[in-house]
Design a protein around this ligand. Structure first.
Ligand code: ZN
Length: 59
């Protein structure tokens, strides 16, 4: 994973990571399942973690 990412945490198959893009905190929640292309970006860490927890993996 890109070293810019910090605070990486796994919730089920989904990873939540925080990073800074153009001076702003962003939070990414990509699913690590091989056939799942779920990946979303949020302004808030809470929203990213909620998305990770509620993700229903199709893979
Ligand atoms: Zn998934």
């Amino acid at each position: 994973m890109n070293p810019r990412f910090r605070n990486v945490r796994r919730i089920g198959p989904v990873q939540v990571a925080s990073y800074i893009a153009r001076g702003r905190n962003r939070h990414l929640a990509p699913c690590t399942a091989p056939r799942c292309d779920f990946s979303t970006e949020y302004d808030s860490r809470a929203a990213a973690e909620l998305a990770a927890r509620t993700h229903r993996c199709k893979a």
